[in-house]
Ligand binder design. Structure first.
Ligand code: CTP
Length: 445
């Protein structure tokens, strides 16, 4: 049963070493069933009670068990950034104490310090331990830092004892996780006043250019980054339209038009060309077959070449007639000389902001849930977003869009500089979007 708050949210489920660890198996399954993407993390103590294989099989990804022996050299940072929420279930007295004291001597401790995501802890321990003032003090400290506690219940404990300290029920743990994630999203939407009144158009996914009725020329783009930007703009109160080649869940009220080819995308974008912010996150094909074969090309037909012709450059076309006050954002998919190519593209496309990603870097670009981008803008501002969830990258891009929109138009005195800009590297506005500036001169003499 999918839960809308949990759908597509990334939950790091951290299991620590207590007898209640076996109950985390059910919590894992329930979260996955509710639509969450669950990444299990098991401490050394947990591995004494439950198996890594169980969580790898039930979670959405393999279980992480080591700070130093993981294939990812910075597993704690990756998990911390990826997570929409970290759930520590069960949380032993020791894990609560370490977290309160800021000790990062294992993968869980380091991940908890590396994250900015909300954290939910589910204490479970023997009644005497639960009633010890040290545990109470640690929990008070954690709560004062914003950590949510799912209180343990009274009931049967290990060794046949009875008392307080028994892990809360699965229902109450899963519903608390949903509530905290939901509240986090609403907080963003409340903060979201930041884009209220703005119309935002986002393109997403890779176009497909038909060769014949069954084949096409395409690329590996999944559309995840574009949809993350759409969701983030919606969460900030914008009126959002998406033109995409792939379908993904969207928040209520977000308009989606599905297209297939570059030409269809161009037409759909042109119909919404007066948006206040346009983000071209789609991977648009640069070439298409000059003509589509009406029939399936047969093996016996021995085709040796498929003649190609260029597709329209949707973004460059938009920039030429972009209305005053519109913010145009492009992406650059590169595999070499990221910054050099991005700077050339910023100018040739005539956009306000370019988010460049090295699509060959591990964990970045097409298909992944994470991305890393370098953002450069027409005012000379530069900032990089290290490997993070696509939702986080979306937030950074929209923050930058808003920062640019708050700056004076070209020709006016700048009132501030971009945070993260390289200071003296500011470029003159005129000339970076030559055709648009020319257009403005013509229409506003
Ligand atoms: N783009 C577009 N129309 C095209 C090709 C690209 O609007 N026909 C947009 C993309 O959506 C992206 C930006 O232009 O925002 C850069 O796309 P990218 O594929 O990185 O660069 P190209 O312009 O295709 O140039 P190259 O392939 O030579 O790097």
């Amino acid at each position: 049963m999918s839960n809308p708050a949990l759908r597509d949210s990334k939950v790091v489920l951290a299991v620590t070493g207590g007898i209640a660890a076996y109950k985390a198996v059910e919590v894992c399954r329930r979260l996955v069933d509710s639509g969450a993407h669950v990444i299990p993390l098991l401490t050394d103590g947990a591995l004494r009670f439950v198996g890594e294989a169980t969580f790898s099989a039930l979670g959405s990804e393999r279980a992480r068990v080591s700070l130093f022996e993981d294939e990812d050299p910075i597993a704690h940072v990756t998990l911390g950034r990826l997570a929409d929420l970290i759930l520590v279930c069960p949380a032993t007295a020791r894990s609560l104490g370490s977290y309160a004291a800021g000790i990062s001597d294992d993968l869980l401790g380091a991940t908890l310090l590396a994250t900015r995501a909300p954290v939910v802890v589910c204490p479970a321990m023997h009644a005497e331990m639960w009633e010890h003032p040290a545990v109470g003090d640690n929990l008070s400290l954690l709560r004062s830092r914003g950590v949510t506690v799912v209180w343990p219940e009274e009931g049967r404990l290990a060794g046949g004892d009875f008392g307080a300290g028994r892990l809360a029920g699965c229902d109450s743990i899963v519903s608390t996780v949903a509530e905290v994630i939901g509240a986090d999203k609403s907080e963003l939407r409340a903060k979201g006043g930041s884009m209220a009144g703005l119309r935002v158009l986002v393109t997403a996914g890779g176009t497909r250019e038909p060769v014949d009725p069954v084949r096409y020329l395409g690329n590996r783009s999944s559309g995840k980054q574009g949809y993350a930007i759409a969701e983030s703009a919606w969460a900030r109160g914008a009126e959002v339209s998406v033109v995409a080649t792939t379908s993904r869940p969207v928040p209520p009220g977000v308009e989606v038009e599905l297209v297939e080819t570059a030409e269809e995308m161009r037409q759909a974008v042109q119909r919404r060309r007066d948006a206040d912010v346009v983000v071209m996150a789609a991977a648009v094909a640069d070439f298409r077959p000059s003509r589509m074969s009406a029939e399936k090309i047969k093996r016996s037909g021995k085709p040796t070449t498929i003649p190609l012709e260029p597709t329209p450059d949707i973004l460059a076309e938009l920039a030429k007639t972009s209305p005053r006050g519109q913010t145009l954002v492009g992406f650059a998919a590169e595999t070499q000389d990221l910054l050099g190519n991005a700077e050339a593209k910023l100018r040739s496309k005539g956009v306000d902001l370019l988010a460049a990603n090295d699509v060959s870097a591990p964990g970045a670009g097409f298909g992944h849930d994470t991305n890393a981008v370098v953002m450069i803008d027409s005012r000379g501002g530069r900032a990089s977003v290290p490997l993070s969830s696509k939702a986080r990258v979306a937030e950074e891009i929209l923050d930058r869009v808003l920062a640019l929109r708050s700056q004076p138009e070209c020709g006016e005195e700048p009132s501030n500089t971009l945070e993260g800009s390289d200071g003296g590297g500011r470029l003159p506005c005129v000339g970076t979007r030559p055709d648009r500036d020319l257009n403005l001169l013509v229409s506003h003499p």
